[in-house]
Ligand binder design. Structure first.
Ligand code: URA
Ligand code: SF4
Length: 226
């Protein structure tokens, strides 16, 4: 069967175990041309998960999410919004770089529904291990992956939303997380918030206004933390 699910070890309890397994994923065609899987990064105690689209050229080379120009915008916005960067986890909807070769240049291509669907089990597995308080979808690809294809970031950005029932696939949250003392460490499902992608700030006619909008939305997330 296509998709990432069969590459996820059922007993992978930690993000590091997931990352190791994801390095060998062949759940869709994108692994063929990209350099490597770019898995999420951040502490296991993250309270907020930020979900981008897919790794860019630089991320593909370095193997880390958000290390390029969009990452610089994002880090500054996180800071200005008052989110604690040490309690953040950064990841992407699709874990391999999709591009088209033009001469020697690798031109970013938006992932298709098939790639988003194929890669979704990794995202679900990350949520299930981290159990964050808030998930922020950065841009349309992440928002559609989490909230469905009809979701419009332009109309519903900056709103704290309940965790969508459609995302509560049986495998999402049925695993009972246990803390180091063996106690059941249960947590309510995360809330969700969508905003623009930091690379949209870089493409905007008025970058300052676009940037302030991103900061305002992230501030809603920061204030919602208990
Ligand atoms: N854009 C993304 O969506 N993710 C990255 O990791 C880098 C750029
Ligand atoms: Fe696997 Fe996702 Fe990479 Fe496709 S994009 S090969 S599903 S990790």
């Amino acid at each position: 069967a296509p998709g990432a699910q069969r590459f996820i070890p059922p007993r992978a309890d930690t993000i590091d175990e997931l990352r190791t397994a994801a390095a060998a994923c062949q759940g869709c065609e994108l692994y063929r041309d990209a350099s490597q899987t770019v898995f999420g990064r951040g502490g296991a105690d993250a309270r907020v998960v930020l979900v981008g689209e897919q790794p860019g050229d630089l991320e593909d080379q370095k193997g880390l999410p958000f290390v390029g120009p969009a990452g610089r915008v994002l880090r500054r916005a996180v800071d200005d919004a008052g989110l604690d960067p040490t309690r953040l986890y950064l990841t992407n909807t699709v874990k391999h770089f999709r591009f088209e070769l033009r001469g020697r240049r690798r031109i970013h291509q938006t992932p298709d529904r098939v790639h988003i669907t194929a890669c979704r089990p990794w995202l679900v597995a990350e949520f299930a291990r981290l159990r964050p308080e808030i998930v922020v979808a950065l841009g349309a690809t992440a928002a559609k992956a989490l909230l469905g294809p009809a979701f419009r970031v332009t109309r519903q950005r900056g709103e704290l939303l309940p965790w969508p029932a459609s995302a509560q696939h049986p495998e999402d949250f049925t695993r009972v997380p246990v803390d180091s003392a063996g106690r059941v460490a249960d947590a309510p499902p995360a809330r969700l918030l969508a905003t623009i992608h930091p690379s949209a700030v870089l493409r905007a006619d008025n970058q300052e206004i676009a940037y302030q909008g991103l900061v305002a939305d992230l501030t809603v997330a920061a204030r919602a933390l208990t």
